[in-house]
Design a protein around this ligand. Structure first.
Ligand SMILES: [Zn+2]
Length: 113
C-alpha cells in the first residue's frame, strides 16, 4: 500500500505546483526511483492514474529516472556502485556502507501548461 500513499501524495503535490504556476493541466511528472527502493514505478503509476482522475493531473505521464544503488567505502570514502553479491570497495576490498543513493522515491518537478 505504500505505493498508493506515494501516488496520492504526488497527485496533491503536482496539483498544488500547477496551481502555483497558474497552469490548468499537468502533462508530466519528473520522478526518481532508486533501484534499491521497494517501490515499483508501474504500480505507483497505476494508483496515480486512479487518484488523478478529475484533477489537473489526469492523463499526466511519468518521466522516470532510476538511480543506482551506491555504497561508500569506510576506508577511502569512495562511492561505488553496488553490484549483485559484490559489496566491496574496488580499491580497498572492504565492505561499503549504504548511502541514500538508490533508495530515493521522489517527485522532482512537473511539466504543466
Ligand atoms: Zn576504498
Amino acid at each position: 500500500m505504500h505505493e498508493y500513499h506515494k501516488a496520492v501524495e504526488w497527485v496533491e503535490k503536482a496539483n498544488a505546483l500547477a496551481k502555483e504556476r497558474g497552469a490548468s493541466k499537468v502533462t508530466s511528472l519528473k520522478v526518481t526511483f532508486g533501484e534499491a527502493s521497494d517501490y515499483s514505478p508501474e504500480v505507483v503509476k497505476n494508483y496515480f492514474d486512479e487518484a488523478a482522475e478529475g484533477t489537473p493531473c489526469e492523463g499526466a505521464k511519468f518521466d522516470v529516472t532510476i538511480t543506482r544503488c551506491m555504497l561508500k567505502c569506510p576506508n577511502c570514502s569512495k562511492l561505488f556502485e553496488k553490484k549483485l553479491l559484490e559489496y566491496r570497495c574496488p580499491d580497498c576490498k572492504v565492505e561499503g556502507n549504504p548511502t541514500d543513493s538508490g533508495n530515493e522515491v521522489e517527485l522532482n518537478d512537473i511539466v504543466c501548461e
